[in-house]
Ligand binder design. Structure first.
Ligand SMILES: CC(C)(COP(=O)(O)OP(=O)(O)OC[C@H]1O[C@@H](n2cnc3c(N)ncnc32)[C@H](O)[C@@H]1OP(=O)(O)O)[C@@H](O)C(=O)NCCC(=O)NCCS
Length: 153
């Protein structure tokens, strides 16, 4: 069965919360409360297989020409089937619709993003990111995530 991607709705908050919380507990994603998810639901997309949500991702505006992919995760058991790549394509389409030329992520899954056309870059080129969200991250002074960037022009 082929996964499909759609914009998340308020009915997806619980499943998004569980998916993100699982990865937050492993230290590979920032946690998001249900309240935050509900407030930011318009920034999320989900992947569905039949009636089941099996993945999610979100897009955060970091500046006039830059967005960040966040909270990208696939349910265990459904990885390696192209669903993560499909979600990235969906988020890229949204960035293009908003005429935003640069899309980035901070990640440990470098190979995955490289396969999707991203290039590893120096984190220092993203000052907006540091000020907007990293101040809330427990790893802010010892961040070991890798920055990846894709130009959409
Ligand atoms: C990373 C993730 C989103 C990829 O989704 P997916 O649906 O498994 O990926 P796809 O099937 O579209 O692509 C698979 C390819 O990416 C590569 N890949 C997947 N996860 C990877 C990782 N953690 N590191 C490096 N490469 C990875 C696979 O090796 C595979 O390449 P191959 O086809 O040459 O074997 C998913 O594994 C996941 O949820 N990981 C945990 C959360 C996470 O790390 N999210 C990223 C935060 S920005």
């Amino acid at each position: 069965m082929q996964a499909t991607c759609r914009k998340a709705t308020i009915d997806d908050v619980d499943i998004l919360h569980d998916l993100i919380q699982g990865y937050a507990q492993q230290g590979i994603m920032l946690p998001r409360s249900r309240e935050v998810l509900a407030r930011q639901i318009d920034t999320f997309v989900v992947a569905e297989l039949g009636d089941d949500v099996v993945g999610c991702g979100s897009l955060t505006r970091l500046g006039i020409d830059l967005v960040e992919i966040r909270s990208l995760g696939i349910t265990d058991g459904y990885k390696g089937c192209g669903i993560g790549s499909k979600l990235v394509d969906c988020l890229i389409e949204q960035a293009k619709e908003q005429h935003i030329p640069k899309i980035m992520a901070l990640t440990y899954a470098v190979g995955f993003f490289e396969r999707n056309g991203f290039t590893v870059v120096d984190k220092e080129i993203f000052p907006e990111k540091v000020w907007k969200d990293c101040i809330h991250c427990p790893k802010q002074h010892a961040c070991d995530e890798i920055a990846v960037l894709k130009m959409l022009n």
